[in-house]
Design a protein around this ligand. Sequence first.
Ligand SMILES: Cc1cc2nc3c(=O)[nH]c(=O)nc-3n(C[C@H](O)[C@H](O)[C@H](O)COP(=O)(O)OP(=O)(O)OC[C@H]3O[C@@H](n4cnc5c(N)ncnc54)[C@H](O)[C@@H]3O)c2cc1C
Ligand code: SF4
Ligand code: SF4
Length: 406
Amino acid sequence: MTKINNLNDIVNNGLCIGCGLCQSITGKDLIEISMSSKGRLEPHELKKIPSETFNKILNVCPGVIVEGLPKEQVDTKAKHDLVWGHYLSLFYAWSTDKKIRFESSTGGLLNGLSLYLLESKKVKFILHTVTHPEKPMRSVSKLSYKKEELLNSNSCSRYGPASPLDKFYEALNLNESFAFVGKPCDISAIRQLSKTDERVNNLCKYLLTLVCGGSTEFTKSQDFIESFKVKEEELSIFRYRGFGNPGKMYIKTKDGREYDREYNSFWGEESTWRVHFRCKICPDAIGESSDIAALDTWRGGSPKGEDEGFNAAIVRTKKGLDLLNDAMKAGYIKKGEELKIEDINDFQPHQVNKKKAVYARHKGMRQKNIPTINTNGLRIKELYDLNSKEFNLKEEEGISSRLKKI
Ligand SMILES: Cc1cc2nc3c(=O)[nH]c(=O)nc-3n(C[C@H](O)[C@H](O)[C@H](O)COP(=O)(O)OP(=O)(O)OC[C@H]3O[C@@H](n4cnc5c(N)ncnc54)[C@H](O)[C@@H]3O)c2cc1C
Ligand code: SF4
Ligand code: SF4
């Protein structure tokens, strides 16, 4: 199998998700991140990265290595499922703040917890992803210290490209406690970094995530606005969802024109999502190494209409459970009914299918001499062994045919 010798080997083999951690490690004089013609945020080497620094990147990059929940975080009372990994508790939950619940992606569980963390002074700031203030079709990472900063920047599902970790070293260098909210691949990179940089566990107190169907390429958003003959510079608002659950995909121009599409008509068919290649081979899109993973709860996997917003929480660690209990006691989060793994399977059939398919996809890449992600503690080989031969072969061959499109 081809070895990864430089940054281009990660990017050109479709392993990069654009998280930005490599740039945060080297600084902007060595790595630049820009939007590629395919609509992905990709890092490029501006000056030669010293080999010691590149080794540091190899140890954390979610295109190179992804692992399950660190052993020391697995609580003695935790249950375990072959698809969903370790969990302490599963239940419906949402923000008690009506505005947060309405404007956020699902029920505002992540924004509600972030607000509680700030107002209870458990952390000084939240590192999260928001809408670019001048270019609303794009997303940027942000350090929010106050309620207004946290909530007035459309920090809900930003399905397009984002680099949530490009300010991670900046955050560590502040020497203040914080929480990180991001995608499972971002969380995985932070867990890897925590093995060699003790500041990570000392300062980054909570890792909150969302169950993730994949990050869509920027071209998907471009096609959306172009279908209404709108140019990017004309936009004043660009929302993927929220303002309801799921809420509509919605744009508004600076001169007041408004257009929208129902969630199902835009996201209903998985084959049209146009997700990054890295997402198709994602060994952990379910936030295995987070403290809490939040998800949508539509039976069968897609919404039947609008509702008030009901997240499910997969509570993975004792720290995550304590946080939720404290936030509920303080009145920030409302707990709904307890759930079973069968419910989570029903809410997320595409995740169950991907987890079962991923090892065969990696195998298909290796057979073609393409490097793929090293994994540990994610049970993907065990799941592969339980699949039918036909299923595995289809996935292996399927990925081989997609390799041309990396
Ligand atoms: C790319 C993507 C794919 C998703 N796929 C699924 C799926 O398959 N199944 C499912 O149940 N849910 C999925 N979601 C999550 C879902 O849309 C809700 O975000 C989730 O239920 C949490 O809802 P909430 O109301 O608690 O979130 P909110 O309270 O609205 O908080 C959302 C949080 O997500 C963070 N965030 C948003 N976009 C990004 C990004 N691109 N990178 C890093 N962090 C980001 C924000 O910083 C914010 O803190 C996806 C979200 C994203 C961004
Ligand atoms: S996945 Fe992240 S760390 Fe890896 S190359 Fe891409 S931007 Fe850099
Ligand atoms: S599917 Fe995986 S790689 Fe893609 S954005 Fe989600 S967590 Fe990251």
